[in-house]
Write a protein that binds this ligand. Structure first.
Ligand code: PGA
Length: 269
């Protein structure tokens, strides 16, 4: 695991957008794993900006989203398919046929999950998986107790997640789906590279557990400690619960591969 702490939420977001853009420039046929949530909105806004201003090309890119609510149709504004269309797919030159979000409306959810895994495999696996983290430590909707080798499946949302996301459902719990389809922890760990972005003080406790605590199914994100190429990008507030921040900063300053991110883009605040 690599931990990169930036001065501001904007700088952390920009670094993540640049990591994605860099991979896409190197490999236009990139298979991107995508995430939703409030944190990612600014990442997608920056990618859209790079597409408009620098011609960042999505035409051959393939995407697989982490998760989707069960029971929300794609045109429901709270569905993750709608989120992705709105924040990214409708604003860049991606071929929508190359974009995949689990089908939370499928008559046979188990079959839809199996097909999702097959589609990822057929695309050659995920090259870069973008991740947020829930306050309960979830990646995707892998809530506490999710097996560290779990695959794409239907699962119950935790009370903490319902609490976190009920704002998108008029603060009315009864309107919020109680289940979702999600890539498993094992599915995520199979991707070639993982990049997690976490911002703000409400993530500080769970980031400390995921990064410096033991690997445990109670914090799905802690499984990323086992991933051979995982970068966790934080702002100062999300890093506030970590003990070894000086060490992480030292690595960022001294590893040659990070040198190109020391400039104005990374420090932009
Ligand atoms: P957030 O969600 O970006 O809205 O905090 C992240 C997540 O739950 O994975």
């Amino acid at each position: 695991m690599e931990i990169v702490i930036q001065q501001s939420a904007k700088a952390a977001t920009r670094l993540v957008a640049e990591l994605i853009a860099g991979e896409l420039r190197t490999n236009p046929r990139l298979v991107l794993g995508l995430a939703t949530g409030g944190t990612m909105e600014a990442v997608y806004a920056m990618l859209v900006d790079m597409h408009k201003k620098e011609g960042l090309d999505f035409s051959k890119c393939r995407t697989f989203n982490l998760d989707e609510y069960v029971g929300l149709p794609p045109d429901d504004p709270r569905s993750y398919r709608h989120y992705m269309n709105h924040h990214l797919f409708d604003r860049v030159n991606i071929d929508k046929r190359n974009t995949h979000v689990p089908d939370g409306m499928a008559a046979d959810l188990d079959a839809a999950c199996r097909e999702y895994e097959e589609a990822i495999a057929k695309a050659g696996g995920i090259d870069l998986q973008l991740l947020g983290i829930g306050r309960d430590g979830h990646i995707g909707f892998n809530e506490p107790l999710s097996a560290l080798r779990s695959r794409t499946r239907a699962t119950a949302l935790s009370q903490a997640t319902i609490e976190q996301n009920v704002r998108y459902f008029d603060n009315d719990r009864s309107r919020m789906p109680k289940r979702a389809l999600t890539m498993g922890v094992g599915t995520i760990l199979d991707s070639k590279r993982c990049v997690m972005l976490a911002l703000g003080k409400e993530k500080a406790g769970v980031i400390a557990g995921a990064v410096e605590g033991p690997v445990t199914a109670m914090i799905s994100a802690s499984a990323l400690q086992m991933h051979p190429q995982c970068t966790v990008v934080l702002d100062g507030a999300a890093a506030a619960g970590l003990k070894e921040t000086e060490y992480y900063r030292w690595i960022f300053q001294n590893e040659p591969k990070w040198a190109k991110y020391h400039g104005p883009a990374a420090l932009d605040s």
